[in-house]
Design a protein around this ligand. Sequence first.
Ligand SMILES: *[C@@H]1O[C@H](CO)[C@@H](O)[C@H](O)[C@H]1NC(C)=O
Ligand SMILES: *[C@@H]1O[C@H](CO)[C@@H](O)[C@H](O)[C@H]1NC(C)=O
Length: 463
Amino acid sequence: MSCCEEKPGKSMKAALIHLNIGFVVGILFVLLTYLIVSQQTAIGGLNGHACVDGGKSVIGGGGINNGSGAISGGVLARRMAEKGKVVYNTKGYYSETCEVDGDVRINSTALTVSLVPTTSSERREWRIRPYSRKTMPDVKMVTVTQLPDKAAAPACTATYSIPAVIFALGGLTGNFWHDFTDVLVPLFIASRRYAGEVQFLITNMRPWYPVAYKTILQGLSKYDIVDLDDDAHVRCFPHVTVGIHQHRDLSIIPEWSPGGRLAMPDFTRFLREVYALPRAAPASLVREPGRRPRLLLIHRGHSRRFMNEQEILRAAEAAGFEAVAMDLRRDVTVDEQTRAVNSFDALLGVHGAGLTNALFLPPGAVLIQVVPYGKMDVIATLEFGEPAKEMGLRYLDYSVRAEESTLLEMLGPEHPAIKDPDAVHRSGWDKMTEFYLDKQSVRIDIARFAPTLVQAFDYLRQQ
Ligand SMILES: *[C@@H]1O[C@H](CO)[C@@H](O)[C@H](O)[C@H]1NC(C)=O
Ligand SMILES: *[C@@H]1O[C@H](CO)[C@@H](O)[C@H](O)[C@H]1NC(C)=O
């Protein structure tokens, strides 16, 4: 039972069952959550609503107080500092987490986290999906229980003096954007405060994931991860965070981070540190006049391709850049990819997971997002535009017109996808993504696009 059960869970589940988790699905899912979030923020303001267990709990397990209304950061901090407590948090929209402090015992087989009280107290129970999108149907629930007394406590088989964070993989991992926004940024928020002295416990393990992101995981925790799917211990900790909290898309809301200190520039600084990325600023044209800043065009091989890539590269050269196209997804490790991207001063790509590479650009560099035809501006801004600004990048977008979209020649001018994108959006997310994300590629009108390249160059000239 969770306090903020949202209605669309079923439709997402139905939709997800029929699709492989991957690039396309990831973006589809995000589109749907965007629609829900936009509805909710219209009602509840940007912060949505917070549900913090206020102490007036329902006895007997299963129920919790779902007191609505935002709780102030100060009150939250005070509660988090309290010993022998469970603090439930569902700020924002995506996630729910519990901070469990005191004598905490995790039965891996049962996926239970029990808080053993110092004096007899009420029994309370929370059910948490430890993935940062609480609606993901394939993610196993963790049961958090505040036990009534010591007698019910399972005996520890491994005891730690450091805190732990329990989180799930599965979900939408496998899409580069989701790997970061769903897992790595929320995990950074949860664990950075411990400076490596923290144990990660993972459910719904995807064995490739800790391999692909070894550098980041080792940067956050000095200890080998524990795979809870394959563990028979009762592991005991002084503090456990159950679930990780996604504040917004690829974003950190400082007041919501532990201690109120973290922001996206801290995350990108951390990435430069662990990947040993040399550049923390773009090329300075003030100090090196005549230097050509480097622009990376992200080549996509399947959907949302640039049909006139060579022409775009020439236009970028004409605007003053040294321009290179790369397919970052092929045969490159994440570590190599980060270093390649960090050597550039500007990144240009069609809306899609490849733009996540903006994380590795030096602050002050430029991100240019090409927004596909079909009223995709809002989602593009939410997923990449706002995050880029938060990271300290200069951000530009370019919205393609019907004439620049392959949909026009494919469907003809009378098709609803061309004539009436609003109607396509209203008809549901599967139609919208089918046309605007999956079937579409773009042929950029160079004359129309050139001012965007000039603007990007001007941003860098001011550095
Ligand atoms: C939460 O509280 C609201 C208003 O008090 C109530 O309408 C709603 O049913 C409650 N939700 C749950 C899951 O208990
Ligand atoms: C842990 O959970 C499993 C499965 O529910 C149960 O069989 C086992 O007895 C539990 N261990 C302890 C020490 O309570």
